[in-house]
Write a protein that binds this ligand. Structure first.
Ligand code: HGY
Ligand code: MN
Ligand code: MN
Length: 417
């Protein structure tokens, strides 16, 4: 009997998990401060580890601090390729309660519901909490890239700015040996499929009144560090014509970047969201500025063209340089998985919308390994995310978890001819 309708997620349980998880790093009025491997993140991980064990998963933490919960089949081989789901528990600074959190809690609820259904699943199912998806240390999607040996040389020793911890420091702090990071690597053949549930982080589903987004692909992302050098000096005694003010030069770059992105049309967005001025003292002329640029486009050619324009702007500014942190994304989701999600929606009478993701996710790592991948979005109220006001409807969260459970099982059954 393979009646997927027997799988029934429980909204109340999922809601409680989401509200309990939101307590870790919650700062009144400033949202969630649970950046990767911070004390709040470590405490949240410990809490979630217990929830996974309570759900009957075998839990371990790999060399990259990814948390992996595995539900082995009750009969048959337990070492076969798995169908996995996962997302992240770390947040951006002053982030929302549901970015990443929804995916891991919906994944936990889906696995609980599958187990409770009594359906005979003959392949292992996994729930993975990936380390540092948001890139608060450096490039982001660290855990999923470590899982497939996609780390860049030296990236664990890099940070996003003077005085900020590196991943190596934070991994050492939690007792990991970064020399052994390669032990986190897994073969793509260990995975039959990967699925991620996530909040849309945009306004489309909410404006359409549609509870489910079936993601077709994830945009190309480029992240760059721009450094501008000037000359520190006394703010009172240095005449204006003798100054080399790094902040004034950086301001020119920011304005030119904004114009370059806007003039390239609606298919690209660009953001300078991180900015450090040194020494950053009221009576010293700024000697150095570090800023991080984030470019995204559905078209790689558009992103490359704008990146090259910005590279020239930086070059002609004088004593300024731009380095690429990482380029990623530009992946398509698996048609078979999109179809399976669609079938689940139709069977449950849930309306859906196919769409692209402007946000990056760990789900963009798996297609690079030819692992069939799918993403399920649920609406964000007012389309808001990466801010304290990020909010959802818990019934939408339950629908997302239900579609995930149904799809994971239909994928498992599909493989069992
Ligand atoms: O930046 C992003 O797109 C994601 O929220 N990490
Ligand atoms: Mn995010
Ligand atoms: Mn996210």
């Amino acid at each position: 009997m393979r009646d997927i309708a027997k799988i029934q997620v429980q909204e109340g349980r999922l809601r409680q998990d989401l509200l309990d998880l939101a307590r870790f790093g919650e700062v009144p009025g400033r949202g969630i401060m649970r950046t990767a491997l911070s004390d709040a993140d470590l405490a949240a991980r410990q809490w979630f580890k217990e929830r996974m064990k309570e759900a009957g998963l075998e839990v371990h933490e790999d060399a990259a601090a990814n948390l992996i919960g595995r539900m082995n089949p009750v009969v048959g081989p337990t070492d076969g390729p798995c169908i996995a789901t996962g997302s992240h528990i770390d947040s951006v600074a002053q982030g929302g309660r549901f970015d990443g959190a929804l995916g891991i809690c919906a994944g936990l609820e889906a696995l609980r519901a599958i187990r409770e259904s009594g359906l005979l699943i003959l392949c292992p199912l996994e729930l993975i909490v990936f380390t540092d998806e948001e890139g608060s240390h450096f490039a982001g999607t660290f855990g999923s890239r470590a899982m497939f040996n996609l780390l860049q040389e030296g990236e664990m020793e890099r940070s996003r700015g003077t005085g900020l911890p590196t991943l190596a420091q934070d991994l050492n702090r939690m007792g990991k040996d970064v020399e052994k990071i390669s032990q986190a690597a897994r073969s793509p053949s260990e995975f039959r499929a990967f699925l991620e549930v996530h909040i849309e982080q945009g306004p489309v589903l909410e404006s359409m009144g549609t509870p489910i987004g079936i993601v077709e692909g994830i945009v190309h992302l480029g992240r760059y560090l721009i450094r501008v050098e000037g000359k520190t000096g006394h703010a009172g005694t240095t005449p204006m014509h003798l100054r080399d003010d790094a902040l004034v030069k950086a301001a020119g770059i920011i304005t030119a970047v904004n114009e370059a992105v806007r003039s390239a049309g609606p298919e690209i967005v660009g953001t300078i969201g991180e900015f450090q001025v040194h020494p950053g003292v009221i009576n010293i002329i700024p000697g150095e500025v570090e800023m991080a640029l984030d470019l995204r486009s559905i078209k790689k050619t558009t992103l490359e063209a704008v990146k090259n324009t910005i590279q020239e702007i930086v070059h002609y500014t004088g004593n300024a340089r731009m380095e690429t942190i990482l380029t990623k994304g530009g992946v398509r989701m698996d048609p078979g998985i999109m179809e399976a999600i669609e079938i689940s929606c139709r069977q449950r009478g849930i309306s859906f919308q196919r769409m692209w993701s402007g946000a990056g996710h760990d789900a963009m790592t798996f297609p690079t390994q030819n692992i069939p991948t799918g993403m399920i979005f649920i609406p964000c109220l007012a389309g808001e995310s990466h801010c304290p006001d990020e909010d959802i409807r818990f019934e939408d969260a339950a629908i997302g978890a239900q579609m995930l459970a149904d799809t994971m099982v239909s994928m498992a059954f599909k493989g069992e001819k």
